[in-house]
Design a protein around this ligand. Structure first.
Ligand code: XMP
Length: 516
């Protein structure tokens, strides 16, 4: 087994980034919520070191989260970050107090003493930039600790107990605003905890192939292919692991991007030679969506129709023992909620939930431990073309949620053609890889225009482009005006039915990425 780090989550917004940074340095890591961690679970996971995340609580309040006390007696290196530092200090007998001065954003740390964390990165006497976000601060150290860094509002900005291999910082090394943060984390994982750094995608691929073979045995596996990166990577990985025991089913809703359905079929059937059932169900989906304009109704109709069609096709090929899914790590992490209560449903996401129970299938989810960018890396490792692996995410309900109001074949056609022009221009400008997602939305609004000498009364098209790292938050992409002008001209000249183009400058929140 490769060396691993355990990250105990106290609910910080950026805990996932700790896992990312640790994995980027070649060490496998998982995030476990503080309230699920016990001495036994730590022994079972068998980490070489533990990182305590930040969190929104204050250790000065009653009943706030703590790490299991035994953790500090297990002879394991521990690195506390922000709230993680505070709880560590408190639990080991030091003192934390609320502070009048809250520190948020960039701050400077004076490096006052040397320690293993700083090796090759920070030198004594230097001032180093970090990112802080805290109200409380440490005021007295537990036995065995010394100060190695201070800042204006955090006299104990970095502390060390070399003998026990306990380190803690008030700032966040996992965010990019702490420029040397990744190296500090790497010093902890490699130098302090002694991790080898041999967790690579090539190794992960081999390990997953072996796992899938063991799980599936001689069973049959069915995989829903959507054309997106995740399900494609699952399909190729499974094919490498179990060959013809895998059948892929591609339910074509008729609401994919232009030429996309053909591309998917030809890549998998012709190029990879993966058994693929292609069911063109456009008429069925369109029929059920006729006259429906409520976004949630659309999503529900598409979700349930998809499951019906998928099940029908699965039964035609004699059923399967397993259903393969592209579930990713962010969907699996149990994040800690301090507010309690279920979160509000903003949109019902389209997936094949419900199917495994109905058809009595077990799940195969080989991407459960990966972040999105790691999935892309795995895709490349499996030989998927770069252009395919780098594709923007595309939602399960497809163009249906980019056509506010009622859906007709005519509107789908207009949207597909406009979207293709937009994406072609983005590619030509070399911007495709900088953008998380770019797409067009055809509005159910007609406006008056003039073309040649004639009056037009056509649809409005909205263009959307955002940057994001995980789709949870997003910023609109700041195109040059000249670029927007060029795209607008081309669309109005080349796509009949549109006479006005607007650009969506809403970020998420308060907007969502898709319009429905
Ligand atoms: P929103 O619109 O919620 O989208 O900001 C966040 C990300 O999720 C994608 N998305 C979906 N993906 N099934 C999917 O597989 C869905 O039903 C779905 N709805 C939205 C969206 O494209 C963006 O990347």
């Amino acid at each position: 087994m490769t060396d691993r780090i355990l990250i105990i989550d106290f609910g910080s917004q950026v805990t996932q980034l700790i896992a990312r940074r640790v994995r980027e340095s070649g060490v496998y890591s998982e995030i476990h919520p503080f309230n699920k961690v016990t001495k036994k679970s730590i022994l079972d996971y068998d980490p070489k070191g533990i990182i305590l995340s930040g969190g929104p609580a204050s250790v000065t309040d009653i009943d706030t989260p703590r790490a299991p006390d035994e953790l500090f007696d297990m002879d394991l290196p521990v690195f506390g970050i922000c709230y993680g530092q505070q709880t560590m200090v408190e639990q080991l007998g030091g003192k934390v107090a609320g502070s009048e001065e809250k520190e948020f954003g960039r701050a400077m740390v004076d490096v006052t003493d040397d320690c293993e964390l700083f090796h090759g990165v920070w030198d004594v006497g230097n001032k180093e930039q970090v990112w802080m976000s805290h109200g409380d601060r440490v005021e007295a150290l537990p036995d065995g600790f010394r100060i190695v860094g201070t800042s204006e509002n955090a006299p104990y900005a970095a502390i060390a107990n070399d003998e026990k291999k306990f380190y803690a910082v008030q700032f966040h090394p996992e965010v990019v605003h702490t420029p040397h943060g990744a190296q500090l984390l790497e010093n902890f994982t490699h130098r302090v905890a002694g991790c080898g750094g041999d967790w690579t995608m090539a190794a992960f691929k081999e390990q997953e192939i072996a796992k899938v073979r063991e799980q599936v045995g001689k069973g049959r596996v069915i995989c829903g292919l959507s054309g997106g990166v995740d399900s494609s990577v699952v399909a190729v990985l499974l094919h490498e692991a179990i060959g013809d025991q895998l059948t892929c089913v591609f339910v074509d809703t008729g609401m994919m991007r232009m030429n996309e359905a053909d591309e998917v079929v030809s890549l998998f059937r012709d190029h990879y030679n993966i058994p693929l059932v292609h069911r063109n169900a456009a008429d069925l989906f369109l029929g059920k969506l006729e006259g429906v304009s409520d976004p949630e109704k659309k999503r529900k109709i598409i979700g349930s129709t998809f499951i019906d069609v998928f099940e029908e096709e699965a039964n035609k090929i004699g059923g399967a023992d397993f259903l393969a899914q592209g579930t990713l790590y962010p969907d699996v992490i149990e994040s800690v909620s301090f507010h309690g209560g279920p979160s509000v449903i903003i949109k019902s996401h389209h997936n094949v939930g419900g199917l495994p129970e109905r058809m009595n299938m077990d799940l195969v989810e080989p991407l459960r431990e990966l972040f999105k960018d790691e999935v892309r890396e795995l895709g490349r490792e499996l030989g998927l073309p770069d252009a395919f692996v780098g594709r923007h995410p595309f939602p399960g309900p497809g163009l249906a949620i980019r056509l506010p109001g009622g859906i007709t074949p005519e509107k789908i056609d207009i949207l597909q053609r406009a979207d293709a022009v937009y994406l072609e221009e983005i590619r030509n400008a070399g911007l495709y890889d900088e953008i998380w997602q770019a797409f067009a939305v055809l509005l159910p609004v007609q406006t008056v225009g003039v073309m040649g000498d004639a009056r037009t009364y056509d649809y409005v098209l909205a263009l959307r482009a955002v940057t994001s790292t995980d789709g949870m938050t997003a910023d609109f992409y700041p195109f040059e005006m000249e670029f927007l002008g060029r795209v607008t001209n081309r669309i109005i000249n080349e796509v009949r039915g549109i006479n006005r183009v607007v650009y969506d400058t809403t970020s998420k929140p308060p907007g969502t990425i898709e319009w429905e």
